[in-house]
Design a protein around this ligand. Structure first.
Ligand code: AMP
Ligand code: GLY
Length: 424
């Protein structure tokens, strides 16, 4: 098979790394890719939103399957564009990617089909949102309806903060048109778990669980980021939780999308909160998580191309997903200052330390080659260093050891990924 991956982050590096292990992959391309992906795929200089160029490339190179990684192209109809040209693509069509693309849509879906989630109201006007907040219980959560790089969620402890939040999202438009409409949601407490799944429209197969650390600083302080590190599995995702979610959340979501005429093919990523009343959905994503993918795929035993194809062909019921009985931890190496202001262009060294070391991986997120062919930093999140271990503790120790193998200017990381968990 000739395969094209669309995207250029750590998630896509992990997908590409896994895909080339399939004996069925004859040639792998990635648009646009990055300096790490270039080790396993041929990178082509086409942007993730440039569907015309992607389709033309796929036709010219006889691509058999396209895998679309990021949320923005999925929400804008990348899969529809490939299908219209007769090219098979893995991922939800535009009418199904709305599951992530509009929080108001996903909340209404959950309400209609009785899928457990936080209570909420939706507002198109700041005046009405402000009037509601005047009498709502605090804390409260404000969410921009549209895509905002995972940053359009404000947890407000006081009425004043909530009013400022409405201003930030709806009037100052900090996240652009994503904030034209907002969801105002009941605040929930509990452990968070990320569960990724493959879906073929009817059947859903659940991957192993993971947990992300979204805040920039140790102890879950600082600003929200795309994710500073992950571990898998989550010890809080028990068999009891799993069985509840299968009955009341996973299959009901797939069935609801079908019933709405929005058959979902691709990845559904369930952001769950384990509350005292049971598991509830915090959010849906219509794609692999980043950096969840960097701990989940290294533990997956299946040939991932078989699973991608089964999703596209509607034969996922014949696939059994298998995961190793171990743990993995991913520590993100970022540029100091992320998620606000940071510098790029620092030379990175030490990648050779990962050669021939089983169970240690370095996935590139923001990297590129400079004019002299050096690998340099090119983003806020730069690398994801993943290591496996028999236990979470061992995986964490291994991952932190491996973070020392790489050097670059302004290197920054959290030092407590997975820590509160194995000490709990
Ligand atoms: P989301 O992008 O919707 O997952 O929100 C980002 C983060 O905000 C989540 O990972 C939670 O930590 C937090 N969050 C979102 N919704 C709620 C809620 N209803 N109650 C408490 N925390 C929330
Ligand atoms: N790590 C969270 C996300 O991918 O949205």
């Amino acid at each position: 098979m000739k395969v094209l991956i669309v995207g250029g982050g750590g998630r896509e590096h992990a997908i590409a790394w896994k895909a080339v292990q399939s004996p069925r992959v004859e040639k792998l391309y990635c648009a646009p890719g990055n300096a790490g992906i270039a080790q396993v795929a041929e990178c082509v200089d086409i942007g993730v939103m440039d569907f015309d160029a992607q389709v033309a490339f796929a036709k010219e190179h006889g691509i058999d399957l396209v895998i679309v990684g990021p949320d923005d192209p999925l929400a804008a109809g990348a899969v529809d564009a490939f299908e219209a040209a007769g090219i098979r693509a893995f991922g939800p069509r535009k009418n199904a990617a709305i599951l992530e693309g509009s929080k108001a849509f996903s909340k209404d879906l959950m309400k209609k089909y009785n899928i457990p989630t936080a209570g909420y109201e939706t507002f198109d006007s700041p005046e009405e949102a402000l009037a509601y907040i005047e009498h709502a219980p605090m804390p409260i959560v404000l969410k921009a309806d549209g895509l905002a790089l995972g940053k359009g969620v404000l947890i407000c402890n006081t009425r004043e903060e909530a009013k400022d939040g409405v201003k930030t999202l709806m009037l100052d438009k900090q996240f652009g048109s994503a904030g034209d409409r907002i969801v105002v949601e009941e605040f929930m407490t509990g452990r968070e778990v990320s569960v990724l799944s493959f879906v073929d429209g009817k059947t859903i197969k659940i991957m192993t669980s993971a947990q992300d650390h979204k805040r920039a600083k140790d102890g879950d302080q600082g600003l929200n980021t795309g994710g500073m590190g992950t571990f898998s599995p989550s010890p809080f995702y028990t068999e009891e939780v799993d069985s509840f979610c299968r009955n009341y959340i996973y299959q009901p979501t797939v069935d609801a999308m079908r019933a709405e005429g929005r058959e979902f093919q691709g990845i559904i990523f369930f952001g769950l909160m384990l509350t005292e009343q049971g598991p509830k959905v915090l959010e849906y994503n219509a794609r692999f998580g980043d950096p969840e993918t960097q701990v989940v795929l290294p533990r997956m035993k299946n040939d991932i191309m078989d699973v991608f194809e089964a999703c596209v062909d509607g034969t996922l019921d014949q696939v059994e997903l298998e995961f190793e009985d171990n743990a993995a931890v991913c520590v993100v190496l970022a540029s100091a200052g992320y998620p606000e202001h940071y510098e790029k262009g620092y030379k990175m060294t030490g990648f050779e330390n990962f050669k021939d070391k089983d169970g240690y991986y370095v996935f590139h997120a923001g990297s590129k080659f400079d004019a002299e062919g050096n690998i340099v930093t090119n983003g806020g999140r730069v690398l994801g260093v993943t290591a496996k271990g028999a236990t979470l503790k061992e995986a964490r120790e291994n991952a932190y050891k491996a973070t020392e193998w790489i050097e670059f200017g302004n290197k920054y990381m959290r030092h407590d990924i997975g820590k509160a968990i194995d000490e709990a």
